[in-house]
Design a protein around this ligand. Structure first.
Ligand SMILES: *Cc1c(COP(=O)(O)O)cnc(C)c1O
Length: 360
């Protein structure tokens, strides 16, 4: 078996232990004589999988009892529509635009109501998080929306916006379970799991109970109504069963690692190794305002497109995969999610040093 260090932004690296355990259980899950893929989602065995997954997630994040946890399909992008359909009572929402994902979410919400873009960092290619301490929040806004960690640009809110009493809705796809969070600060937080938790195809929505209502926008599909999903405990129809099973294994792995405090320390240590190197490098340069740097996604450039392309190619040959930056930023991006070991970042930095020596 030969595994590479995979710096993909998503779908992304998963803990080897989790993959191994899934492989071991592939033909016969827990004495059932079948794979989880072949199992009824109404079976006892699957009921235990989804119930345990939810309980472990609640424990990891300290999710209060008045929040529901939903395991859904459609990816994070489907939530761009589900959120306004379910939450727009007054037909108004405020969006903070810190990158492509927030921009797309705002454009989708605009189909269902009035969208105010109350702050943006588009003027500097989304390389920073705008000051959100005193924003012009609309009196009628049903919620304030953020993308908390910007996967493409490598920025992260270090402080949540002052929503002036309005509900905060956050897309946490690329920082999910990377550090402790205070769930009570959010009305809704959600993310596609393929960045930091599991395989593509599952999205987790954590929503305060009082926001789950019957009076959603007219025409809201049954499947997109949070109430449908909450009442059915995510089993209104066939859920993304295998994905939920893998998420459950990752939750167990996170608990074994020591929980989200420990993950935060690990993630800080990994990110610091890379950022410290970038800050003194004469060849490579980080693209993001220092105070807003993400612990998960680290974009960097040499300033020379051809050299960037050669770096990505040679890194791949050295077993460091998927370092090409997003097409709108260029250069490189190293995604160093929970499952990326410290040794992976060490290998990357060692390779960058060597490349710098050879090319300066
Ligand atoms: C990847 C990503 C998305 C899109 O996720 P899909 O599951 O592909 O729809 C949305 N938001 C953020 C922050 C992402 O990183």
């Amino acid at each position: 078996m030969s595994r590479v260090y995979n710096f993909s932004a998503g779908p992304a690296v998963l803990p080897e232990e989790v993959l191994q355990s899934a492989a071991d259980e592939m033909m016969d899950y827990n004495g059932t004589g079948m794979s989880v893929m072949e199992m009824s989602h109404r079976s006892k065995a699957f009921e235990e999988i989804i119930t345990t997954a939810e309980a472990d997630l609640r424990e990891l994040m300290g999710i209060p009892d008045n929040y529901k946890v939903l395991f859904l399909q459609g990816g994070a992008s489907q939530q761009f529509a589900a959120i306004p359909m379910n939450l727009m009572k007054n037909g108004v929402a405020d969006y903070i635009i810190t990158g492509q994902w927030a921009k797309k979410a705002a454009a989708e919400a605009e189909k269902y109501g009035k969208v105010n873009r109350i702050a943006s960092s588009e003027d500097k290619t989304y390389s920073y998080i705008p000051d959100c301490s005193d924003l012009p929040v609309d009196d009628d806004a049903d919620y304030v929306y953020i993308c908390e960690n910007n996967t493409i640009y490598g920025t992260k809110y270090k402080q949540l916006p002052n929503t002036k009493g309005k509900i905060l809705v956050a897309d946490v796809s690329s920082c999910f379970l990377s550090e402790p969070v205070d769930v009570t600060k959010y009305g809704v937080l959600y993310g596609g799991v393929q960045k930091n938790i599991g395989p593509a195809g599952t999205v987790i929505v954590i929503i305060r109970e009082d926001l789950i209502r019957d009076d959603v926008l007219p025409g809201t599909p049954t499947m997109l109504k949070y109430k449908t999903q909450a009442d059915a405990k995510s089993l209104y129809n066939t859920p993304p069963a295998y994905g939920i099973y893998i998420c459950g294994k990752v939750f167990k792995w996170l608990k074994k690692m020591g929980g989200l405090e420990v993950m935060k320390e690990r993630n800080e240590k990994k990110a610091q190794l890379l950022y410290d190197y970038l800050d003194q490098s004469k060849l490579f340069k980080g693209t993001v305002a220092k105070e807003d740097r993400s612990l998960m996604n680290v974009p960097f450039v040499t300033g020379d497109k051809d050299l960037d392309a050669r770096f990505v190619k040679e890194a791949k040959e050295a077993g460091l995969e998927n370092l090409k930056g997003h097409r709108t930023v260029g250069g490189m991006r190293a995604s160093i999610y929970n499952a990326m070991p410290y040794e992976g970042v060490e290998a990357l930095v060692a390779f960058m040093k060597k490349f710098e020596e050879e090319n300066l």
